[in-house]
Structure formats: C-alpha cells, structure tokens
Design a protein. Structure first.
Length: 78
C-alpha cells in the first residue's frame, strides 16, 4: 500500500512537469492552446509547471534518500 501511495505522489508532479514541457514546446512551434491569450503566457505557465513538478520530484527523492542514509555527507541535514 505504501508503494502505491508513493507512486501516486510521484505521478502528479511528473504529469505537471510533462505538461509544462508540452506547453513550452507548443510555444516554440507557435501553437497557441485555447486557455492562454498569448504565447508568452503559455510559455511562462509551462516553465512554472515544469519547475514545480521537477522540484517536488527532486525534493521527494532527496527526502527519501536522506531517510535511508544514501546521500553524500554534504547533503545530510545538520
């Protein structure tokens, strides 16, 4: 059950990051998606989604590895 919960926790930010990449890619190819009025707004939302999704994913992995003692000494909590 814990593995399923961890999978769901990792799935949501992964989808956010993937959506952010898609928005940025569509902006580079000049395709405007309907909820966005301008291409630059679409690109900014894409960057925000990517950074939030990737940051949550990285933070989750760092927290898990700290708990299991698998990080380098410089990443240990003081």
């Amino acid at each position: 059950m814990a593995r399923l919960a961890a999978f769901i926790v990792m799935l949501i930010p992964g989808l956010m990051a993937a959506g952010g990449i898609k928005f940025m890619r569509d902006t580079l190819f000049g395709k405007l998606i309907s909820p966005f009025p301008f291409l630059w707004v679409q690109f900014v939302v894409g960057i925000i989604l990517f950074v939030l999704g990737f940051g949550f994913f990285a933070g989750f992995l760092l927290h898990r590895d700290r708990k299991n003692g698998k990080v380098a000494p410089r990443f240990q909590k003081k």
